[in-house]
Design a protein around this ligand. Structure first.
Ligand code: SF4
Length: 391
């Protein structure tokens, strides 16, 4: 398949791995800030194929995972109201709030519907003028533009019974917060290609300079990730810290100006809480004053809900790259995808779910580092991958 097979080519992957092995002379810790990249890395065993000097740390790049518990509780409160049709992408329905999730609200009689686009929710609002229709708008710079466009359309078409529960976050302030943490071990970043396809790369040079850290815009297929790693390691070995674009088939320096204009029209930048991390200044969006009528938090008066996260879930440490998922005591025991304690085990892009799906059998016991960090010897799981994908 065009643009898929080429970027999973085993011979090219082998050449990139050889170049990385020839370049690296000492340990380096790189972070990917994208759940799609995390899943690709774990699924294809890329971290296990890299030389042992290179550690990949999985950052807060999964939109479901970083949505704070208090926002889930606000969604549960709104969805429980009899006048509300609550619309969401499917992956939010099983994210546990305090005591229950959206599936359980539906089981208890709430009108919770899975949609595939925010415009589906707008259509439901048009068809049900006597009901309040709310869309759960979560995610990074990638999902924010279509949600902004939907609110813009609602206002233009005078669809007053549509509102957005907004939990949108921005990647650059998160990178800044990670680098400012006293526990930070990250020395280079693989920036999320899809985010940069919308926002361009203008926000990154200042970050690279301030923290003396290379940032390489990277795609999602195995060759994309290996090329991102290769370029980042090359910069680190040379003592450089610049921004490079290794995903030029999708990303330009200016990004998507139409999407940025829509974001600027509908949203304004605000402080946002990130699950397990806390409030990061200027790290998110909220609806601007002229669209406040479509703000579900305001309309349903749930701004005051403020929930503490359960202590047993260590997803905050996972999201900051301080802990590997299978180092959590609950991993695979009291916390599984069927019975998740935290969002990182629920979401299809969550690091805990990725380790459970692809790496569970490698972890002898919870609380141990995975073989990727401990040894360069391929595990049986990797050996099978080598035979199929990246041999
Ligand atoms: S394994 Fe479960 S309890 Fe542990 S950090 Fe991940 S989601 Fe939280």
């Amino acid at each position: 398949m065009k643009y898929i097979d080429e970027f999973q080519d085993p011979a090219l992957a082998g050449r990139l791995l050889d170049e990385i092995r020839a370049t690296v002379t000492r340990p380096w810790a790189l972070m990917e800030v994208c759940g799609g990249q995390t899943h690709s890395i774990i699924r294809h065993g890329i971290d296990q194929l890299l030389p042992p000097e290179i550690e990949l740390i999985h950052g807060p790049g999964c939109p479901v995972c970083v949505t704070p518990l208090e926002m889930i509780d606000k969604a549960l409160e709104i969805a429980s109201r009899p006048e509300v049709i609550f619309c969401s992408f499917g992956d939010m329905l099983r994210v546990p709030g305090t005591g229950r999730d959206l599936f359980q609200v539906r089981g208890q009689g709430g009108d919770v519907r899975v949609v595939y686009s925010p415009l589906d929710a707008l259509r439901i609002a048009e068809q049900n003028p006597d009901r309040e229709v709310v869309f759960f708008g979560i995610g990074f710079e990638t999902t924010a533009p279509p949600n902004a466009m939907t609110v813009h359309q609602a206002r233009k078409r005078n669809i007053r019974n549509f509102s957005l529960l907004v939990s949108h976050v921005r990647v650059p302030p998160a990178i800044d917060a990670i680098m400012r943490s006293p526990d930070c071990r990250v020395q280079g970043f693989l920036a999320a290609g899809h985010v940069c396809s919308v926002m361009g790369t203008a926000e990154y040079p200042e970050l690279a300079q301030r923290h003396q850290v290379p940032i390489v815009v990277t795609g999602f297929e195995p060759l994309d990730i290996l090329e991102g790693v290769r370029r980042t390691v090359l910069q680190l070995e040379r003592g450089e810290h610049t921004v490079e674009n290794a995903y030029q088939r999708a990303v330009t320096a200016e990004g998507n100006p139409a999407a940025q204009a829509m974001l600027g029209d509908v949203f304004e930048i605000t402080d946002r809480a990130w699950r397990g991390i806390g409030v990061i200044p200027d790290s998110g969006w909220r609806l601007s004053e002229r669209y406040r009528d479509h703000d579900a938090e305001h309309r349903f008066s749930v701004e005051g809900i403020d929930t503490r996260e359960p202590a047993e879930c260590r997803s905050g440490e996972v999201l900051q790259g301080l802990l590997k998922p299978n180092e959590c005591e609950a991993f695979g025991t009291t916390c599984t995808p069927r019975s998740p304690l935290g969002a990182t085990m629920v979401s299809s892009e969550g690091a805990c779910a990725a380790y459970y799906l692809y790496r569970r059998l490698d972890a002898a016991t919870p609380g141990q580092r995975p073989p990727a960090a401990a040894s360069a010897t391929p595990s049986p799981a990797t050996a099978s991958l080598e035979g199929s994908t990246l041999a």
